[in-house]
Write a protein that binds this ligand. Structure first.
Ligand code: NAD
Ligand code: IPM
Ligand code: MN
Length: 364
């Protein structure tokens, strides 16, 4: 059978620190589950900018298109604040998403039972929480034209970004959401601001059209501001949330805190069937803790689990990793971000070690 391949792009800040732990899980799978994945590695973000003067080299992009999946750490940091927009670390990530046409960003927010008390919400609000946010990833205000900063005749400056969606962009992301809901609780909440934005109104109308071919799925609509409120008021009311690029970015960070920490949230960015895929934690490069060896590697390790499920079609190994994470958390180990009184605070690498030992145990 065909050789499996992965491109690792550790990136900046805590990216390389958490990627080491994901790499160890990949090595463990090779040794213990005869799952051989050929791993390539390259630079992205500020690291690539420092090396090549751009945040994603042509070679890295070409490789990303060839491999089965990309696993990315994080990009960005204060070091590159002054860099031109198109050469910023973040542009490397946006280029990857756009060039690989990864329009569907799945951001599951699952609260592990052991972390129920780590959430900033009351335990009963998050216990058993399992939401899937489906964020449109290659359209909307992130990519709309015109954009830029211009200077007007009166000397004022004007910053411009444009929110645009076409019917086909809305249809394809809606299909992803409805298909996923069919394998879950059968409920989709579509979120926009149809009350003030034409693109939001179009979004709502087109999602309703797509829903007609999913008679078993319940669809409702929620304005995005209200959705943010409901996420922290009663998060368990949601099953699948489908929303645009910008609202999805905001709502998934909100949802992250329901699970205890941004350091827990994985994501998958998918395109058309048979195309490439990108897996990455939802969090960023965490400059405030970079270099200290204390970052939580779980979001990245769970992103690898998503790759095993969606790209490599190895659901057993995906489940094994998720169970190992669950086991380690139940055993009381915590990185600083999910620290709770009475638990053992451990480093990135000790968390990684413990997950490997738990994998050994579960696999025995
Ligand atoms: P951030 O997600 O990097 O950090 C927010 C807070 O969460 C920080 O206090 C950080 O310490 C904490 N945190 C994040 N991940 C953690 C982990 N794994 N373990 C423990 N704590 C963790 O967001 P920010 O500070 O707003 O952004 C920093 C940089 O990251 C910016 O340049 C931004 O553009 C970039 N960014 C990149 C990505 C990405 O690569 N996908 C995502 C978001 C932000
Ligand atoms: C994310 C990040 C990115 C985004 C940035 C770094 C481009 O915040 O993946 O959530 O805004 O999409
Ligand atoms: Mn974000």
């Amino acid at each position: 059978r065909k050789e499996l391949s992965l491109l690792m792009l550790p990136g900046d800040g805590i990216g390389p620190e958490i990627m080491i732990e994901a790499r160890r899980v990949i090595d463990w799978l090779a040794e213990n589950r005869s799952l051989k994945i050929t791993v390539h590695e390259d630079m992205v973000g500020g690291a690539a900018y420092d090396a090549y003067g751009k945040p994603l080299s042509d070679e890295a992009l070409a490789l990303a298109k060839q491999v089965d999946a990309v696993l990315l750490g994080a990009v960005g940091g204060p070091k590159w604040d002054g860099v031109d927009y198109d050469k910023r670390p973040e542009a490397g990530l946006l280029t990857l998403r756009k060039e690989l046409d990864l329009f569907a960003n799945l951001r599951p927010a699952v609260c592990f039972e052991a972390l129920v008390d780590a959430s900033s919400l009351k335990p009963e609000l998050v216990s058993g929480l399992d939401i899937m946010i489906v964020r449109e990833l290659t359209g909307g205000v992130y990519f709309g034209e015109p954009r830029g900063i211009e200077t007007l005749e009166n000397g004022e400056r004007r910053g411009i970004n444009t929110q645009v969606y076409t019917t086909s962009e809305i249809h394809r992301i809606a299909h992803v959401a409805f298909d996923l809901a069919g394998k879950r609780d059968g409920r989709v909440t579509s979120s926009e601001k149809a009350n003030v934005m034409e693109s939001g109104l179009l979004w709502r109308e087109e999602v309703i059209k797509v829903a007609e071919s999913y008679p078993d799925i319940t669809l409702d609509h929620m304005l995005a501001d209200s959705c943010a409120m409901q996420l922290v008021r009663a998060p368990k009311q949601f099953d699948v949330i489908v929303t645009d690029n910008l609202f999805g970015d905001l709502l998934s960070d909100v949802a992250a805190m329901l699970t205890g920490s941004l350091g827990m949230l994985p994501s998958a960015s998918l395109g058309a069937k048979g195309g490439g895929a990108l897996y990455e934690p939802v969090h960023g490069s965490a400059p405030d803790i970079a270099g200290q060896g204390i970052a939580n590697p779980i979001a990245t390790i769970l992103s690898l689990a998503m790759a095993l499920r969606y790209t490599y079609e190895r659901p057993e190994e995906a489940q094994l990793i998720e169970d190992a994470v669950q086991g380690v958390l139940a055993g009381g180990l915590r990185t600083a971000d999910i620290m709770q009184p009475g638990k053992a605070k451990v480093s990135t690498s000790v968390m990684g070690d413990s997950i490997l030992r738990q994998l050994d145990r579960l696999n025995a």
